[in-house]
Structures are given as C-alpha cells and as structure tokens.
Design a protein around this ligand. Structure first.
Ligand SMILES: Cc1cc2nc3c(=O)[nH]c(=O)nc-3n(C[C@H](O)[C@H](O)[C@H](O)COP(=O)(O)O)c2cc1C
Length: 229
C-alpha cells in the first residue's frame, strides 16, 4: 500500500466523522441519495415481487471470541455466529421480505488480515481489475427485483462488485442498493451502479449503515423497506 494513499483514507474518514459531529448528525443510518441520474421508477410492492438479495461481505474472522479492533469493525455477532456487516444487513432484508439470498464470493479466497486485504483491494482498484467470482447467480430470470449489497472499499465499490455487475444481465430488473461503511456512507456508488446498469431501474433510495450502528440495523432496514413500497 502506498502510505500516502493510506493516510488520505484515514484523514478523510476522520474528517467525515468530525464534520458530522460538528453538524450534529450521525454518519450512520439510512440515507436517500442525491443522484444526478434520471429518477428511478417506483418499486412495485415487494410482496408482489419476486426478489433476490445478493451481497458481498468479508468478515475478517469467524471466531466470536477475542476479536481485534479490525475484526470487530468488520463483523456483527448474532446468536454466537459471526457475520460480516453487509451480510447481517442482507439477512435482515431477506427475513423481512422473504427474498432468497445469494452471496457474491471471489474464486480466490480473500485474505482475512485487515492490512493485507486493504492492500489487495487498493491494488485491484488501481489496476481496474475484475477479480473472478466463484459462481454466477442461478436462475436470475426468476427475479424481477434484485437487492445488491456491498461494503465501501477505498471510497468505491469493491472491484469484485464490478465483475458481478458486468457478468450478470440485470436489464429490465428493479435494483435496490444497500451498503455498509466506515465513515464514507454511499460514497458515489449509487451513481456508479446507476450508470453501469443503464437498462435497469436502479432505485435511488439506497440504504447505508455505518459499521458502528450494526446494533440498530434491524430498525434501519425496517424503516427503509417501509419507505420503498
Ligand atoms: C479493504 C477495505 C477498504 C475500506 N475502505 C473504506 C472506505 O474507503 N470508506 C469507508 O467508509 N469504509 C471503508 N472500509 C470499511 C468497510 O466499508 C466497513 O467496515 C464495512 O462495514 C465492511 O463490511 P463487511 O463486513 O460486510 O465486509 C473499508 C474496509 C476494507 C476491508
């Protein structure tokens, strides 16, 4: 990793938090996006829709005991089981909507050491890489609404998400986005995905939840889902 880039990320994350504190608002919770793209069409009622929840998430440990700060930051423990933050949000969405779930995984296992993962993520971003994925979504034609969830990596979509968005045909589908982050909220990713999926109806009301607010994720998701219909 370039130390200047690393310093930049840390400084920006800190200033985002400081800015939010000054403004008296939280960096957590859900948020409407202010996309410059054309407004999305309304989402059909979710209970009448055939929906799938897809997500990319990298919990940095599977051991609920004696976690380091980095491991705690990337996980949420439910009933003794370690989940990634985005995975946790995906599960809540699935439970609340009855939608099936699909986990986006890279063909090569990702390193779980935080710094090694950061370095790899940055290298992939700088190389505009398309890391290979383990498997495609089975039967994507079955669904008319696809939730897509991801963490923010280096202010952007993780590069495996680009592979995912490019190798599946989402045309004509309603796309609903959710994300977890460490201070940078959606960080322009809704605009990126809206541009990429020009033939889909990408709903502009995306959910973003801070990794520090995972205890409140259920309430946030319920509020957000209510506002989608
Ligand atoms: C490689 C890497 C890069 C990250 N870069 C950012 C970033 O630029 N901005 C931010 O707000 N959070 C950043 N984070 C924090 C994650 O977005 C946050 O911890 C997220 O909740 C992780 O989700 P997961 O547990 O589902 O993988 C980064 C985390 C990793 C591992």
């Amino acid at each position: 990793m370039k130390s200047t880039t690393r310093r930049h990320f840390l400084a920006l994350a800190t200033s985002t938090l400081a800015g939010a504190a000054v403004a008296g608002c939280s960096t957590g919770g859900s948020g409407n996006t202010s996309s410059g793209s054309a407004p999305s069409k309304p989402l059909p009622p979710l209970n009448e829709s055939r929906a799938l929840v897809t997500y990319f998430s990298v919990p940095e440990t599977d051991d609920p005991n004696n976690m380091s700060d980095d491991e705690e930051n990337s996980t949420h423990v439910v009933d003794g089981k370690v989940l990634g933050n985005t995975q946790h949000v995906a599960q809540i969405i699935s439970e609340r909507t009855g939608a099936e779930m699909f986990r986006i995984e890279t063909a090569e296992e990702l390193p779980l050491d935080h710094e090694t993962l950061e370095n790899l993520a940055l290298e992939q971003q700088e190389a505009n890489a398309r890391p290979k994925l383990k498997s495609p979504i089975p039967d994507l034609e079955k669904y008319d609404t696809v939730f897509i969830g991801y963490p923010i990596w280096w202010y952007e979509l993780p590069m495996p998400m680009h592979t995912f968005l490019e190798q599946n045909d989402f045309s004509g589908k309603n796309i609903v986005l959710f994300s977890t982050h460490g201070g940078n909220r959606l960080s322009g990713t809704v605009e990126t995905i809206t541009d990429k999926l020009a033939d889909s109806n990408v709903i502009s009301n995306a959910l973003t939840i801070s990794r520090d607010d995972m205890d409140d994720a259920e309430d946030e998701v319920v509020k957000w889902l209510d506002g989608l219909d």
